[in-house]
Design a protein around this ligand. Sequence first.
Ligand SMILES: Nc1nc2c(c(=O)[nH]1)N[C@H]1C(S)=C(S)[C@@H](COP(=O)(O)OP(=O)(O)OC[C@H]3O[C@@H](n4cnc5c(=O)[nH]c(N)nc54)[C@H](O)[C@@H]3O)O[C@H]1N2
Ligand SMILES: Nc1nc2c(c(=O)[nH]1)N[C@H]1C(S)=C(S)[C@@H](COP(=O)(O)OP(=O)(O)OC[C@H]3O[C@@H](n4cnc5c(=O)[nH]c(N)nc54)[C@H](O)[C@@H]3O)O[C@H]1N2
Ligand code: SF4
Ligand SMILES: [Mo]
Length: 681
Amino acid sequence: MTTPGRTNVELPVLTHCPYCALQCGMAITPEAAITPRTDIPANAGGALCQKGWTAGELLTNGERLTGPLLHGRPVAWETALDHVADRLSLIRAEHGPDAVAVFGGGGLTNEKAYQLGKFARVALGTSQIDYNGRFCMSSAAAASMRAFGMDRGMPFPITDLAEADVVLLAGGNVAETMPPFVRHLSGPRLIVVDPRRTATAKLAWLHLQPTPGTDLALALGLLHLAIAENLVDEEYIAARTTGFEEVRTSLASWWPERVERVTGVPVARMRQAVRALAAAQRAIVLTGRGAEQHAKGTDTVTAFINLALALGLPGTPGSGYGCVTGQGNGQGGREHGQKADQLPGYRKIDDPAAREHVAKVWGVQPDDLPGPGRSAYELLDALGTPAGPRALLLFGSNPVVSAPRSAHVTGRLDALDLLVVCDVVMSETAARAEVVFPVTQWAEETGTMTNLEGRVLLRRKAVEPPAGVRSDLEVIRELAARLGHAWPSDPRVVFDELREASAGGLADYAGITYERIEADKGVFWPCPAPGHPGTPRPFLDRFATPDGRARFTPVEHRPAAEEIDADYPVYLTTGRVLAHYQSGAQTRRIGPLAEAVSEPFVELHPDLAEELRIGAGDMVRVRSRRGETRGAARISDAIRRDTVFMPFHWEGANRLTNPALDPTSRMPEFKVCAVKVERVA
Ligand SMILES: Nc1nc2c(c(=O)[nH]1)N[C@H]1C(S)=C(S)[C@@H](COP(=O)(O)OP(=O)(O)OC[C@H]3O[C@@H](n4cnc5c(=O)[nH]c(N)nc54)[C@H](O)[C@@H]3O)O[C@H]1N2
Ligand SMILES: Nc1nc2c(c(=O)[nH]1)N[C@H]1C(S)=C(S)[C@@H](COP(=O)(O)OP(=O)(O)OC[C@H]3O[C@@H](n4cnc5c(=O)[nH]c(N)nc54)[C@H](O)[C@@H]3O)O[C@H]1N2
Ligand code: SF4
Ligand SMILES: [Mo]
């Protein structure tokens, strides 16, 4: 069809979508016309969703930022960069290095995520860096680390799904969040766990509809049943795992009727689900944000992994456990050091050997590297407080809309001495910044993205950026130069350094080059050497634990951090719709997407609507202990009668959400809190 790279300007360039972790392949002409690629397995023969088809408008629409802003007024690049560097130096001199914080994003390329982590630790010397992936994948990541010693979202190629007999998906609505993913689910019997009968649940063979926040009990109940019915794979458990006996004992009290009382899922359906999973030759258990974004998200995923292990799935060809990753580079973004506790290659920042390796690549002393910093919400919560950072540099996130308890977070941002935002559009967060740097986006620059399978892809430059914008890597280079460091901004050069820094780590990219990705349509990590083929299925022979065995961990169910009561009698859960992406900063500006869903809504059951005298389309006020917002009523029997759903693509839903954090992953409880719902007179 076309040759790789920009050898002929008449030909479309082969690249990937700006949005989610499926990273569908697309071809783009210099005029930004998009056609799907058929050579990328993730988008199954050439599918794109509505966001992908319309992504060209991101490149051409008039709302693009095209020059730096200082206090909202256009200034020259040199002026803005000098201003930021001077302010950073002053704040550091007066209050110490941890007075400057950095916040990144899972949509940034690997090169940017890597360079941002290095910039924080070396140029700023701060421990205060974290990113929006903390709100996204962190619970599944922590549970996979605990069980398998490695977190590679789906540790198998996406094409394994179609070959499976049964797939259980807990808390994911892929029909809206990754539509082409559904094509991989047309073969297996699909079991969906979701409090709403979503577009995905409608495709399912079996839908389990629990109360929000009770998946942990459900997973315990499923495993209890598997054990009671002698469905567990004793041979696999003996050969490949440790810790099963403790888990078996801990499950004794989770008999099915009790689980039904806690979750609302009928025993008969649980039994059907377990029997189908156990009878399958090949079965896959997947989790999405619905099960993960809870103050007990890590333990919930652990309970699903325990179930998968008991049935002998992980590391068995064609079977397994995986988490369905979210942002474009949700996987790679959590591997190369923009996380508070991490160094490149998925290394731990408190591991002396990791510090020594990375310090050497960076040309500094291990002792000069700071230790772990605050997690995303804790960092945002500390901004502008006496003990917290006074300046924040933010790349690729819009926390005014997307952080939990967002009105409080907005107040913290406003309390800063200096807020600097790099973005492509004037997001709600950029609008509050002292300095805004306008940057290039996906098809205007080249970089690598690691998709939900752990496949490293090359997202190539296809169009020329508008005059006046620079890349994130150039902004980092310019700021680093002003702080005394001469660093590259060419993505390929940065990637080569990333390879070296990741070498020997869990997420080892040492053998991956741009040329190899082009030739192979992506390379699976770990890939430790140039001759290494990459690792589509890392757990076939052993897990990444010291003894090579997967670890069962006993976990206990507990209620949501905030339960419903007389004052706040309804559960609120939040999530996504097909047409909009995340905080909506990008998609609310695209005509067909803004038209498809033009305003926030509140989905509620007809019984609840009747009780509250709410009619379809009525304006509804939703209040929680943290704030209130409004939305138009959408009445649907697809949701439980004790629960309402709001998308978080507009400012508002997160004024309500509860920032109760998971003790291990520090994930906030986005998926359940208590609210009061009323019609606006
Ligand atoms: N259209 C669109 N696609 C996207 C994105 C987007 O913003 N828009 N974002 C991307 C990103 S970053 C991510 S992380 C993924 C997220 O992808 P998903 O995880 O599929 O998305 P969500 O809508 O957040 O949540 C999925 C489902 O969880 C259900 N749910 C709510 N509470 C619970 C609960 O307590 N238990 C269970 N079992 N389910 C519950 C919701 O009803 C919802 O249907 O999507 C990616 N793709
Ligand atoms: N209530 C509730 N809240 C949630 C969730 C939920 O389910 N419910 N989900 C959470 C999840 S899973 C996630 S991932 C977060 C996401 O929430 P955010 O972190 O706010 O994600 P985005 O809206 O994708 O923000 C990305 C910003 O970066 C800009 N941008 C795009 N490309 C580039 C680039 O190359 N460089 C730079 N510098 N900027 C760029 C975009 O214009 C946009 O303003 O929201 C979380 N918040
Ligand atoms: S599914 Fe995700 S990667 Fe594919 S076109 Fe839609 S937004 Fe883009
Ligand atoms: Mo996400």
